[in-house]
Design a binder for this molecule. Sequence first.
Ligand code: COA
Length: 408
Amino acid sequence: MKFGIESINFYTPHYYLDLEALAQERGLDPQKYLRGLGQEKMAVPPPDEDVVTMGANAAYRALENIERSSIDTIMFATESSIDQSKAAAIYVHKLLGLPTTCKAFEIKQACCSSTTGLQIAQALVTQNPTQKILLVASDIARYGFNTAGEPSQGAGAIAIVLSAQPCLLAFNGESGSYTEDVMDFWRPNYRDEALVDGKYSIKIYLKALAESWKHYVKESGARFEDFYRFCYHLPFTRMAEKAHTHLAKINKSTLTPTEQYQQVADSLKFNPITGNCYTASLYEGILSLMIESKEDLSEKRVGLFSYGSGCMATFFSGTFLPHYKRWLQGEAHHHMFATRKSLIYREYENFYTHKLPSDGEDYVTAKHETGLFRIAGIKEHKRIYETCPIAPPQRPPLQQTKSITKWP
Ligand code: COA
């Protein structure tokens, strides 16, 4: 029985800050962000967007050709949760009009809970192959103002329909895992911004990659040479370079730096213009690879690495299915990126510092450009969501990215 992606869609807010503007404000050489981190723009959500609206927007498009009554479970992976008790999945369940028989819950383990969701989905579908699972991973990456993490902020959501009738990517059964109690990145309940020891996190990420790869090889018998492409969790785009050269070195690969770069290049087209999307990041990379690859990847194998600080990591793999290109919404994604609005620095500051009231006061959220769903306000400590009309797409092309184009 096959298990994999039947449909996938990514959503990012309609606003971004150009990192050259941020570098100027922070008195830094913009090349530090463009070359050093591989980041060009960071998505900034307006006050009337949160993980629920982003997740619902991605899921709405992912379900365009799928009967909603066929969805048995909706899982919501996030580390930007809006409630300590109620799952964000339930709000999305309502906004999308999913059946009352559909189960809904939230999962957490930093950036890799989306992959845990995928593994739970695999177990559910194996148990009952008629099940379709909607996996939503949605996050707002927020670091302290004027900290080293600030330029790696971003926001976005991925929605994936997983089933035994995949048409884009089939996941291979085996996976390798690594867990260790470390404090590289965390967010205590009393904080809106993550705390991160960035340099330490890079080291732990690479260690977790080596260890989970070792476990994966033991479980699957696979070799580095068996993979045509690789996708990595991307806290910032250049992390893929650090990760892939590390994995190639461990495996004594004879590939040239240019050949190694080709193995990840197409997965790195979206992250430089959205920034980190935490749980959605790896899957944003998979979608970027599928949409941006000029080559037909059908029947080719891709190695996937999911990392969640704290930490837990998983190495797993998939195989692209014949005619997968037919099912991608490439033009719609290009349109979404190309029609976003650039914020000036002060507007970014205003969006960043905006907070919904936490005292139960009634509040009406100012209207900004959003997708189909937005937060209308707060009433008696309850977030009120609404559906709004959207303009028809004009479909301009994806703008050329200025950040890393090649490593060698
Ligand atoms: N031109 C080109 N490159 C430049 C440059 C310039 N003018 N100035 C600096 N750089 C390079 C540095 O050499 C460095 O490259 P290297 O990694 O190859 O050594 C890179 O830019 C970053 O600069 P650096 O000064 O080393 O780091 P920083 O203190 O600014 O912090 C991070 C960078 C990634 C550690 C920080 O942004 C961060 O913590 N981000 C969050 C990461 C995270 O969330 N991790 C946890 C989840 S996985």
